[in-house]
Design a protein around this ligand. Structure first.
Ligand code: NAD
Ligand code: UDP
Ligand code: UDP
Length: 319
């Protein structure tokens, strides 16, 4: 039996880093959660603690294929997020974003369900407007190594807005900025997991380029809170809306914080900057503040401390 105010919620990509935290939070709110994942970058281990919970169901499925299930709300997170993973099979990355969006939107249309898209700050590309407000259209290379991800996500946004206009679908588009925390893949190539694992294992800390490029890092709990608040808005709120932490740091500053917090003796080494690597990135979160009453609560130092604790345990358990 379900309580009147609980819902059946589909989370695609639910066995990934962000998805697993979202599933956890939705279950804690009393909802039923259907987690759909093809385990490309996510793993059963990320949701192992939820298996056995009667309101949680895990389903292996690739969102590039149609999906016929019955749910009230949909969070579409399925897509590899780390440059190393999304460039491994770039054609599949575009298919996941574009065919995945079509299937999820078709599903939402049939069910008249609300549907939220996990979009990305990468839709702004290498931006010449700083910080980035939602009105900025971005500067994206359509034919580069990052394009499968950036353009795939841009096309997914287009599909969301066309289904909204053409089929009156209730959509929510959230542009997520760099997010970090426990359950990041230990070797997925993203900067926080790379640096923390390198610092904890005494390996060289790899700074790409001169390390003066900037990013703004949001702790996962803050991000999940933003997604849930967005889903709870009325039909007039479609987004796109930036969700991220406006605190901006150079990658060198990040490396120095990680070294200080771990007490590591690792040395910093430089590696070539990957092609099309954005020079700077910081969200303008005025809309999230006004519309969602949301802003991040966890400062970088605290979030890094929690993340380091997670990776310390993880490395102890994993030979
Ligand atoms: P992740 O790689 O940990 O999670 C993605 C999940 O999607 C994985 O579990 C993966 O197995 C699954 N997946 C991939 N392709 C699939 C397919 N075809 N069918 C079904 N499942 C599939 O990454 P994450 O950081 O948790 O990112 C989640 C979402 O948030 C992604 O859509 C990503 O683009 C978006 N996002 C994340 C960040 C960030 O900093 N973490 C920033 C911007 C946007
Ligand atoms: N779809 C799905 N589950 C559903 C309904 C639709 O996966 O419950 C898929 C279906 O395969 C279709 C896509 O979503 O290709 C788009 O659906 P839509 O109704 O918009 O288009 P159509 O079915 O007319 O192609
Ligand atoms: N980066 C780095 N060392 C690493 C991994 C990444 O200096 O070991 C840099 C990367 O070049 C980029 C920034 O850190 O400028 C963030 O990279 P990430 O892959 O985490 O995210 P994205 O580039 O998609 O924002």
């Amino acid at each position: 039996m379900r309580y009147a105010d609980t819902k059946k919620v589909l989370v695609t990509g639910g066995a990934g880093f962000l998805g697993s935290h979202l599933c956890e939070r939705l279950l804690a709110q009393g909802h039923e959660v259907l987690c759909v994942d093809n385990f490309f970058t996510g793993t059963r281990l990320n949701v192992a603690h939820l298996i056995g919970e009667p309101r949680f169901e895990l389903m292996r499925h690739d969102v590039t294929f149609p999906l016929y299930v019955e749910v009230d709300e949909i969070y579409n997170l399925a897509c590899p997020a780390s440059p190393v993973h999304y460039q491994f099979d770039p054609v599949q990355t575009t298919k996941t974003s574009v065919h995945g969006a079509i299937n999820v939107l078709g599903l939402a249309k049939r069910l008249k369900a609300k549907v939220l898209q996990a979009s990305t700050s990468e839709v702004y590309g290498d931006p010449e407007v700083h910080p980035q407000p939602e009105e900025y259209w971005g500067r994206v290379n359509p034919i580069g190594y990052r394009s499968c991800y950036d353009e795939g996500k841009r096309c997914a946004e287009t599909l969301f807005f066309d289904y909204h206009r053409q089929h009156a679908l209730e959509i929510k588009v959230v542009r997520i900025f760099n997010t970090y925390g426990p359950r990041m893949h230990p070797n997925d190539g993203r900067v926080v997991s790379n640096l923390v694992v390198q610092a904890l294992t005494g390996a060289d800390i790899t700074l790409y380029g001169d390390g003066r490029q900037t990013r703004s890092f949001c702790y996962v709990d803050d991000l999940v809170e933003g997604l849930i608040r967005m889903m709870e808005t009325g039909p007039e709120v479609t987004g796109p809306i930036n969700v991220g932490n406006p605190g901006e740091f150079t990658i060198r500053e990040l490396a120095e914080q990680v070294i200080a917090l771990t007490g590591s003796r690792s040395r910093i080494v430089h590696r070539p900057l990957p092609p099309d690597d954005p020079r700077q990135r910081r969200p303008d979160i005025a809309k999230a503040r006004a519309v969602l009453g949301w802003e991040p609560a966890v400062p970088l130092r605290e979030g890094l401390t929690r993340t380091i604790g997670y990776f310390r345990d993880f490395l102890d358990r994993t030979p």
